[in-house]
Design a protein around this ligand. Structure first.
Ligand SMILES: NC(=O)c1ccc[n+]([C@@H]2O[C@H](COP(=O)([O-])OP(=O)(O)OC[C@H]3O[C@@H](n4cnc5c(N)ncnc54)[C@H](OP(=O)(O)O)[C@@H]3O)[C@@H](O)[C@H]2O)c1
Length: 326
């Protein structure tokens, strides 16, 4: 018998029947074709053995787009297929995926076709969660939400979620989905010490609506791990040439804050990455923290933070001061 379920806690996702692990693993940038497949395999095993039962993907994750689903599918078929009923696997559509007018945004045509492609690439029979990846300013929201409802009714996904919808869009989407009989399970917003937009109404809305919250980029893509305090390591996201995180994100004022935050982490015998996760988890609306990783040890480090003490009011006040400083 495995002991993978001994330590991880599982949290109810909003007002649903689904429990998610306190930490989930995202496959955005380091499961594409530029990282060795064996490394991806090791990370998935490390995560699952620590009780991480939720893997988050999207149609466009790579590089190149589609590669994360393809690589995940291969590892899943070789190593995890017998565990299918122990896993929650999500994918999304909403960003550019193929040429022409039907490979982007939020039409029923795009969402249904993209999900069919995701099922082929991964070899899964169904996804547990299917997301609309970002709001579409032109497609009527009714069309997108009706497509999500259709997807669940067709058996291709069990639950649906939305990502990066603002408060008004979230309320409207939640109302439509409720009316259709396919409640919105979960919202996936960016949230970290440098980007706190969710505190301005979104978290309260999710609580009211009974929708779970799975924040992403909680380490600001690695900046809040202190990884860049002494230059750019060759094996880091910036060092590996990511198009989503570049050297110009490393402003001196940002790095100064990171240095000061690290002093608080040191005083708590935590790493800075662990402090950043403890800080996110102070909000009761957070169902699970969606982490990214480029190596198994990072997953072990983040999961270890789950047993660390909560931040004291004094520590929280110090963090506020640092974040407010110039
Ligand atoms: N819905 C959306 O629009 C959206 C957008 C973005 C992401 N996401 C999802 O959210 C997931 C997480 O996003 P993210 O990758 O930006 O998250 P993140 O947790 O902010 O950044 C992950 C990166 O931080 C570094 N890191 C992680 N743990 C570390 C540790 N213990 N010590 C030092 N460095 C550490 C690694 O970078 P190195 O590569 O430098 O080692 C890792 O790749 C994605 O995989 C994806 O599933 C969703």
């Amino acid at each position: 018998m495995s002991n993978r379920y001994d330590n991880m806690k599982y949290v109810r996702c909003g007002r649903s029947g689904l429990l998610l692990p306190q930490i989930s693993l995202g496959l955005w940038q380091s499961f594409g074709d530029t990282y060795p497949l064996q490394n991806s395999r090791n990370m998935l095993h490390t995560a699952f053995d620590l009780g991480i039962t939720h893997f988050d993907i999207a149609n466009n994750y790579g590089p190149p787009p589609g590669a994360a689903e393809k690589n995940f599918g291969r590892i899943y078929r070789e190593d995890f297929i017998q565990h299918r009923d122990e896993l929650i696997i999500s994918t999304k559509a909403g960003y550019p995926m193929w040429d022409g007018p039907y490979g982007d945004f939020g039409s029923r045509k795009y969402l249904v076709a993209s999900l069919d492609q995701s099922l082929k690439r991964t070899g899964l029979d169904y996804f547990d969660i299917f997301y609309h990846h970002r709001p579409d300013p032109e497609t009527p929201l009714e069309e997108t939400m009706t497509a999500l409802d259709h997807i669940v009714r067709s058996g291709k996904a069990l639950y649906v979620g939305i990502s990066s919808y603002n408060v008004e869009q979230t309320k409207a989407a939640a109302a439509m989905l409720k009316h259709l009989g396919t409640p919105c399970l979960i919202h996936q917003p960016v949230y970290n010490m440098f980007n706190r937009w969710v505190e301005d109404g979104l978290l309260a809305t999710l609580e009211e609506e009974g929708i779970g919250c799975i924040p992403f980029s909680t380490l600001a893509q690695g900046i809040l791990s202190g990884r860049y305090l002494d230059g750019i390591p060759a094996d880091s996201r910036i060092g590996m040439g990511s198009i989503f995180l570049r050297e110009d994100s490393l402003q001196e004022s940002t790095l100064n804050k990171v240095r000061k935050l690290k002093e608080i982490a040191d005083s708590r015998n935590q790493t800075l990455a662990q402090l950043a996760i403890t800080w996110i988890r102070r909000k009761p609306q957070i169902t699970t923290v969606l982490m990214g990783a480029s190596k198994p040890s990072q997953i072990e480090e983040i999961v270890a933070s789950l047993s660390h003490p909560a931040l004291t009011p004094e520590e929280l006040a110090k963090i506020e001061q640092i974040l407010a400083s110039k």
